[in-house]
Ligand binder design. Sequence first.
Ligand code: GLC
Length: 684
Amino acid sequence: MIRKYTFGNPMETDAVVHKIEKETGEVPFMGVGADQLAFTYKMDDNTRIYGLGENVRGINKRGWRYISNCSDDPNHREEKNSLYAAHNFIIIEGKERFGLFFDYPGMLTFDLGYTSSNDVSIIPAEDGLDLYIIEGESIKDIVKQFRRMIGRSYIAPKWAFGYGQSRWSYMDEDEIREVVKEHRDAGIPLDSVYMDIDYMERYKDFTINENAFPEFPKFVEELKEQNIHLVPIIDAGVKIEEGYDVYEEGVEKGYFCKEEDGTDFVAAVWPGKVHFPDMLNPDARKWFGQKYKLLLDQGIEGFWNDMNEPAIFYSEKHLDEVFEQLEDFKGKNIDLDLYYKFNSLVGGISNNPDDYKRFYHKFHGETVRHDKVHNLFGYNMTRAAGEAFEEMEPDKRILMFSRSSYVGMHRYGGIWTGDNLSWWSHLLLNIRMMPSLNMVGILYTGADIGGFGADTTEDLMMRWLEFGIFTPLFRNHSAMGTRCQEVYRFENIDAFKNIIGIRYGLLPYIYSEYMKAALKDEMYFRPLAFDYPEDDFAARVEDQLLIGDGLMTAPVYEQNAKGRYVYLPEKLKMVKMKSLTERSVELLDQGHHYVDIDLDETVIFIRPNHVIPMSSGGQSVAEVDFGSLELLGYVEDKAVYELYDDDGYGKDYENSDHYTTITVSQDGTVTAKGIIERRYTLSI
Ligand code: GLC
């Protein structure tokens, strides 16, 4: 049951698609502050809190203060309060169980037992929000009701479930050819290569640097013949430059964000000075979305949207002010006080909170200052693309994922989790973030595998991939200036080939589970607590996840570890894999185990009466044969598996032709019912 309460005059964010009548009575569960709008709740000692999507810290969010304020901050350290997204959905599980969604586009603080360990208080920067309270028979049920209300999750093309290689930046055609060749020569599967900002002509959106890519459409085609998709980045800021059509059109039509005096707001990002398209204005959004056609027409089938918090290196006006104030420091003895002032003046230039108050949107016909709707910007940039794709390519899926997001964006694209670092703790953060992202409908997601900033190591890369093979977005990405981390650069190339190969082997399972989660508003990644609600210990586990219906993963995320402790909420079958074919199997009882896991080993745990359909792999998704499957099973009585397969591009998702029901009986007999004939072999 969902109840909606309205406070003040909220702005319509379009997060919710299935509208709910608002209630007028008292808000249940929560205290509501009288003077300043604030929502409070008293926890008991065992209360847990789940949610908040892309965020720092654990799966159970209790014990910290989180602030929804989409931020371009590459230091995802524990003391941070905000990352790139605003996902204002939590579930409180304790003496009472209920979900809360705060549909509010400005800054919102969640104090979840930080100021006082048993107190929750949630405070918006200003009045005007819709609060949804969701009750359900289980955590999963609450998530499902919420997800139904906010609409179906984005579905990526099937090729985008393959392995992607990225780096900031591959500078020209030859460098990309080399990356592809190295993978193919070593037999490492690969489906995509990402193009970072240097493919553009001086960082101008929707342009191609013709010196580096002289015959771009031909190059796109050449790679497609090898089953490789090129995925270019699109940035939020449009370069200010006479003669650049996107800039000139935007100025002429009045589609850029404005200053208070009506002039176009000038910020700076990669190209230097830019204007921001007013993504909140439907006309501007439509115009910006249509621009993707310039690349679609050249054979491109996927994009990633970046810097859309939006990131601001500096604003023209603020920089002028800083230069002026710096004059005061000249010739002075810079002592302790002055040194701090100096530092904060110079260090506070980028993403300065005051800059977010300097520009305005045309939103639902009104002029609205940016900070009041800040968290909607990235969402609406991706919506611009998603709506345009729907118009331009109604029958074809286009890959799209974004850095910044708000609830509702999950209908138009996925996200990657931004600029992490090559730290073991960020591998753990990746593991913990996945289920909370699924709670808000973001299913197509993954981190920069191996870490974006800082130098990676071979062992970190390997362990990260062993988890990454389960994330729908499966991409190795790193920053300019860091150690190169294409997997063929390391010593044990065969181990990398095998680990990535396991992903392609598991693809029939990963794809089926993804599609079912998207189509039924369910979660692909879940904490143990969600499936084993009666198990007190399962509720404490923060480093193991359930993936789809039949699998549990317990990744290794520590340097030099040769294994780890694993908690089994029931008897499970452990399968250790060094490659698709080199496997060992052991049945483990419910309880705690120490499991040895070699550096080059991937471990999965199969739940009772489940089978995992596996292919024999391939060098690209196109080569994976969903028609000939091996079933990796743990069948005590009977296992029934719902396999989903389609052409990977079309949008007739609901067509029952896509499903095959596979039944495995106790004696190992396999029957399959579906429209499409398939061959099966059963092993284990
Ligand atoms: C941002 C993105 C990163 C990208 C870089 C250059 O930092 O998060 O992924 O490589 O910009 O475009």
